[in-house]
Design a protein around this ligand. Structure first.
Ligand code: PNS
Length: 161
């Protein structure tokens, strides 16, 4: 069974992430979308909230599992018996960081290959940070996040003031 993992902060999941998940899910027997900690970021949503968002937006995909993990991605891949790490690439600006992570992960776990899926052109500009910025300023995020979570994000932003 070919198992792939798609790791990220997903704070929150965007239509760009969902596009990668849908496409990657057709390439592997099982795709595990795993919410992880990025040391360079302070997330707005808890791991549980981010996992819930992912679960309700991927419920139509039978071979997709959502998980959370705190630790090294290379270790998580080994634990789950994954052969591949899937990453989405938007632009050249993503490349250097992703290249560095791919090489580091290969050093830590030579049994796992990182593959990059290029984003669909319509989502090239899209990021979770942009979604949060728009929502925090009272803007509409319907064009950027899956419909199932738009209202929850809006309510959450209202609550946080
Ligand atoms: O969506 P992001 O924030 O770009 O995802 C980055 C993430 C969470 C995949 C990355 O920070 C990560 O792999 N964190 C886990 C810790 C780890 O394994 N670090 C070494 C990899 S270079």
């Amino acid at each position: 069974m070919k198992i792939a993992i798609y790791p990220g902060s997903f704070d929150p999941v965007t239509l760009g992430h969902l596009d990668i998940i849908e496409r990657a899910s057709t390439l592997f027997d099982k795709l595990i979308v795993v919410v992880m900690h990025n040391a360079a970021k302070s997330p707005m949503f808890t791991v549980e909230e981010r996992m819930d968002f992912l679960r309700c937006t991927t419920s139509h995909l039978n071979n997709v599992e959502v998980d959370g993990f705190s630790g090294l991605l290379a270790n998580y891949a080994a634990q789950r018996g994954a052969c591949t790490i899937v990453k989405g690439l938007r632009a050249m600006s993503d490349f250097e960081y992703e290249f560095q992570m791919a090489l580091t992960n290969r050093k830590l776990n030579p049994d796992v290959e990182t593959v990059f899926l290029t984003t669909s052109a319509k989502y090239m500009y899209l990021s979770s940070s942009m979604v949060k910025d728009i929502a925090q300023h009272g803007g509409k995020v319907a064009d950027f996040v899956p419909a199932q979570i738009e209202e929850e994000i809006f309510q959450r932003m209202r609550k946080d003031g």
